[in-house]
Design a protein around this ligand. Structure first.
Ligand code: ADP
Ligand code: ZN
Length: 721
């Protein structure tokens, strides 16, 4: 056949047909260059019968321009793209784009120039040149990287190139990764771990879809347990995908992985340099990249032969993508496993209610690790009722918690204070005129950051220097910080326990794998006594000398009351509690709260997970909330308030009348202004029997909007702002 149908990477266009020139070798999944008017767009050859289009007569078809030098997207990946577009009410093109996520890799093999020392000396030696030559011994990299290594300017290095001290070397951009060795350093598992890992390894060998929920308490060794099925996949010559929720966690993982497998895995996340991206992408597509550790976007990589998927900390809400195609990586991972016919392991100490329900109904197989590795005990948990044990005026920590930290200081142990608020104070106001500092682009207060002396919006990134005088009334030195953020808690610790060495751990301070590694090293070397951190420090870290965890404000997550507030609070507090007493010394957790009687807090204090989950399950069942019913959110936005409101109202007039499906709105979204856009929202609650996505698609297709209006669909939303 000399014609093909293509999915072109342009969301506004439907599928297009092209003629295949003689001698061009393509099939379904081939990535091709399609002429479109005067331009060329990238397309993917698709099965015509799966992609209805208009049958243009063959004489009118234009020739494909070329085939890109990458392996065709496999059938399982094409099915995943179709599924995700259908389920999340997104265009095929926008999902397919996620599978072609390295522009460089699509261009085929390439080389780049690196430099190394020749052994020669410059005609004139300067101190800088001398330092550079010393520092670059044994190094080879591009000029920018070498300048970083040597701590001298790029100009100095160029001078050395001209003098023949450094020589250029052409290297393959995509040199292969070191091979991970399945039998490099096997770990002796305990009986529980062995039983679980044998089940996973057997599932890998069977090469069938099999979803597992690995439900193991914090410190039970979930990582060690899923390393064995990874080894099994490697023995079979297959690839593995491990999803982690946070780049800050990869450092610890990489270290353990290297010790076990003798080589680093392939990394995939949004802050990779484009050269690293192309190298990873090509290795994955050719099958030489064996184990990929990545953020959610790794789910759409074109694996050549996938054998296993692991989602670690599977309950994490950061697996939910909140812009573009709004997907949940945990759920997409399971679907990828389904299409690839491989096992999927969802690992967590605090599984999402949805996952537990899937296990309950027999769809996922649940494997338990009920005890900590090496006989470590789970920590003792107690609450501090802040209405009874009031912190001193203007402070946030009850005396009992401070005493606990002081005990640890005396014993040379460490403490962790958890507060999920970056910055110094969440609200700043003027004592003189009452003015509150608000973001110009969002319905949100500006957060004071004392380290950087700025006021920042945590939603859009807007920043301004903290003013000396009130910008409204002009009164100098009259700004008051309201409420605590982690920086303020760190100040309080420093004031009340001046001998303590305090580290603030947030996405501001641990914003790269390198800085995360420094943090871990400092804590492990006991150079830190008190860590004050956000949700970033609640999971993954293993610090044997950390014996006290203080939750500064357990009520914080319960405010605002979205659907998952209780569950999220439970998970966060249980996870952060899980950081205490992981070594040989017992751990203690103190939870500060104004509502010790609230069901979540009571369940945490009693260590009664089952009680919490069953109460929460009943509540969801009654409310028709997931997993029993379904939610969807549709947000209509524009930079112009009236335009957004009108568009939302117009859409509202076409709302479908469907049984068992309640459509609320349009109403201003809780964040009525976000990143400069005014937002109106519909919330949909439906029974599972309703074909929700079909209804939404039909509904949205009936109304056209002006170009400035955006309509975003969020199926199974996590964020209700
Ligand atoms: P989890 O992810 O379940 O909280 P980890 O996988 O971080 O637990 O394991 C907790 C600690 O116990 C880690 O330091 C890990 O290296 C150690 N550990 C777990 N299982 C083993 C084992 N079989 N042999 C040696 N160390 C283990
Ligand atoms: Zn903002």
């Amino acid at each position: 056949m000399n014609r093909v149908r293509c999915l072109v990477l342009n969301a506004a266009l439907g599928p297009l047909d092209y003629r295949v020139p003689d001698g061009m070798d393509i099939g379904p999944g081939s990535v091709v260059e399609c002429p479109l008017g005067p331009r060329t767009v990238i397309g993917i050859v698709w099965e015509a019968e799966r992609l209805p289009g208009t049958d243009v007569p063959v004489e009118k078809l234009r020739n494909l321009r070329g085939v890109l030098p990458v392996p065709p997207l496999s059938a399982p990946l094409r099915r995943l793209i179709e599924w995700a577009a259908d389920y999340y009410v997104a265009s095929l093109a926008s999902v397919a784009r996620m599978a072609l996520s390295s522009g460089g890799a699509l261009k085929g093999p390439a080389t780049m120039t690196e430099y190394r020392l020749t052994g020669g000396l410059p005609e004139r030696m300067t101190p800088q040149r001398h330092a550079a030559i010393e520092a670059l011994e044994g190094e080879q990299a591009n000029i920018r990287e070498l300048s970083g290594i040597a701590g001298v300017s790029e100009g100095v290095l160029r001078g050395l190139v001209n003098q023949g001290v450094l020589e250029p070397v052409e290297v393959d951009c995509d040199r292969p990764y070191d091979a991970a060795r399945p039998d490099f350093a096997e770990i002796a598992l305990n009986a529980e771990q062995r039983e679980a890992s044998d089940i996973f390894a057997a599932a890998v060998r069977k090469a069938e879809f099999a979803p597992f929920l690995l439900d193991g308490v914090t410190g039970s060794g979930k990582t060690e347990t899923y390393f064995e099925p990874i080894a099994e996949a490697l023995r079979m010559g297959w690839q593995v995908l491990v999803l982690l929720p946070e780049i800050a966690l990869t450092e610890n993982f990489l270290h353990r992985f290297e010790e076990r497998f003798g080589a680093a895995p392939v990394l995939w996340h949004s802050s990779l340099k484009s050269t690293e991206r192309r190298r990873a992408y090509r290795a994955v597509s050719e099958g030489t990249g064996q184990v990929v550790v990545g953020a959610r976007s790794a789910l759409f990589l074109p694996f050549a032969k996938l054998g296993l998927i692991v989602v670690d900390e599977a309950h994490e809400t950061s697996f939910k993508q909140e812009d573009g195609v709004r997907y949940n990586a945990r759920d997409v991972a399971v679907m990828r496993g389904h299409f690839e016919k491989v096992p999927v392991v969802l690992a967590s100490a605090t599984p999402a209610l949805e996952s537990l329900q899937m296990a309950e109904s027999g769809i996922y197989r649940k494997i338990d690790l009920p005890s900590r590795f090496g006989g470590a005990e789970l920590p003792a948990i107690d609450t501090i009722d802040l209405t009874q044990e009031k912190p001193p005026h203007g402070m946030w920590l009850a005396q009992r918690l401070v005493d606990g930290i002081e005990d640890r200081l005396e014993r040379g142990e460490q403490s962790l204070l958890f507060l999920n608020r970056r910055g110094y104070a969440p609200l700043t106001l003027c004592r003189n005129c009452g003015f509150r500092y608000q973001c110009p682009n969002c319905s949100a207060w500006l957060v004071e950051h004392r380290f950087t002396r700025r006021l920042a919006c945590h939603h859009c990134g807007h920043e301004a220097p903290a003013p000396q005088a009130c910008t409204e009334c002009g009164e100098p030195d009259c700004l008051v910080a309201c409420g605590p953020g982690v920086e303020r808690i760190a100040d309080e610790v420093a004031e009340r326990l001046p001998q303590a060495r305090v580290f603030v751990a947030t996405s501001d301070t641990l914003n790269s794998p390198g800085r995360a590694a420094e943090f871990i090293a400092a804590v492990e070397a006991c150079e830190v006594d008190v860590i004050v951190g956000t949700q970033l420090v609640t999971k993954g870290f293993h610090f044997p000398d950390l014996t006290l965890v203080g939750v500064v404000d357990a009520d914080l997550g319960l405010e605002g009351g979205d659907l998952r507030a209780g569950e999220r609070t439970y998970q966060q507090v249980a996870q952060v509690a899980g950081r205490a007493g992981r070594g040989s010394k017992p751990g203690e957790v103190l939870i500060q709260t104004r509502h010790p009687e609230a069901p979540v807090i009571a369940a945490l204090a009693a260590g009664d997970r089952d009680a919490f989950y069953s109460a929460e399950t009943e509540m969801r069942r009654e409310a028709g909330a997931p997993p029993f019913g379904r939610w969807a959110a549709i947000t209509v936005s524009s930079e112009d308030d009236a335009e957004a409101r009108e568009a939302a109202n117009r859409l509202g007039a076409f709302r479908p009348q469907v049984e068992d499906c309640l459509i609320l709105g349009p109403a201003p979204a809780p964040m009525a202004l976000l990143r400069g856009r005014y937002r109106y929202r519909f919330l949909i609650n439906a029974r599972r029997s309703v074909q929700l996505q079909d209804e939404i698609r039909r509904w949205l297709a009936q109304v056209d909007h002006p170009p400035g209006v955006r309509v975003a669909v969020d199926i199974d939303p996590y964020s209700f702002v």
